[in-house]
Structure formats: structure tokens, C-alpha cells
Design a protein around this ligand. Sequence first.
Ligand code: GDP
Ligand code: MG
Length: 221
Amino acid sequence: MAAGNRKAVVSPCNVQNEVRLVVLGQTGVGKSAIVVRYLTRRFIGDYAPNLESVYNQSTKVDDQTVHLNILDTPGDFDVECQTRQEQMQKADGAILVFSVTDRSSFNHLNKLKTCVTRGAKKDVDKLPAILLGNKADLCHLRTITVSEGAEFAKELGCQYYEVSASDGSVEIVDAVHDLYREIYRAEKRAKVKKVSARLQLRQTIKNFTDRHLYRSRTNTL
Ligand code: GDP
Ligand code: MG
């Protein structure tokens, strides 16, 4: 279980309160089950593996209403494809999922790594993300340790959570809400960066103009 910063508060100026999330991971890791668990608090066992679904829902985070748009990607989601890259560029955050019972789904994350870095929106350093190790209820079948998951999340620069879509909603809801907060912090950082770049540019122009004025004055004396 990860420790997100629970103290941060989502502000009214948050991304016009609309958040686009994309859920990525190998087929069968439980992406659809996680999304449906988050939205309905229920576990539904079977989904068509190659179905792409978009869900819209409004929810409250830190007393703030957030309008969610969640893209549940199909198993054959190719991050290299142009259309997929465009989808990634529209995303405010990514939920990366693997199954703790399946090493190939963990290895598959290497292919998705660039989504968090290259798929980032303009003005944001990297795409805010969380890593979910799903099917934590299947202890006897576990092949990926908690520290392996945490280590990979560290590489991605995000938080790691162990969840079970079949067992409960609490961890999943906590993880997704931590992602909203991270998105908000990233937007805030980007705004600060933009303002300071503008101020710096203004100062450079002012310095240049002052120097130029001083020179032309001394020339006329
Ligand atoms: P997706 O292809 O990544 O969207 O995976 P699905 O959501 O379709 O789930 C694939 C299979 O894993 C289904 O049979 C689900 O019932 C099962 N599944 C999903 N999450 C869990 C979980 O947390 N625990 C267990 N035991 N099974 C799960
Ligand atoms: Mg699915």
C-alpha cells in the first residue's frame, strides 16, 4: 500500500475540474475489473478482453467535484501507434496495471514506460501516473514481490499500490484519488514554471531596453 500525500487539497482551479485518465496494462491483468470496481464499487468477473471503453463520471475528491473521463484500453493497445499517442497526449494521468501473479504482465510495463515520459502533455514534466499490482488476493499464486513493484514504481517516478479488484474498493479508490492530487500538483508546478519563464523573459527585455536607452543617451551627450 502506498502513502500518497493525503494532506494536499484539490483546488477549485483544478484542470477545469475535468480529469482524463487512461488505464494501461497487458490483457487479463484486471484493468476493466478495476475501472468498474472504482466506478460502481462492484466486482464483475468477465469482460471482453479487446473492448475499449470510455467512462464519464463525476466524483468528489477532498470536497471538490471532479468530472472524470476514464479510458479503459483494450489488450492490443499499441503505444507506438499514432492514434494511441494522440490519446495519450490528451490524458492528464495514467493508471498502469500488472497482475502480481503474472511476470509477463510485469515485464510488459517496460513497453508502457514511455507513455509516462514521452506521452506527457506540453508544459508538464511527465505524465502523472500510479502503478497498481492487481490480484493481491491470489497470495498463493504471487510471482511478483511488493518490493519489485515498488522498485519499478520508483523508476517511473510514481506511487505503487497493491490492490484486488475482486476483494474491495478502498485501496483502488485511495489510489485513484491520490492520482488526482498528483495531477493537480503537476498542473500547479507547470503554471508556476510558465509564470516564472514569462517574468524572466520580461526582465531580459527590460535589461536589454535599459542598456540600449543608456547607450543612446550617452551617445547624444
Ligand atoms: P483486462 O483485460 O486487463 O481488462 O482484465 P479483466 O478486467 O477483463 O480481468 C481479467 C480476468 O481477471 C477476469 O477473469 C477477472 O475476473 C479476473 N480478475 C480481475 N481482477 C481480479 C482480482 O483482483 N483478483 C482475481 N482473483 N481475479 C481478478
Ligand atoms: Mg479489459
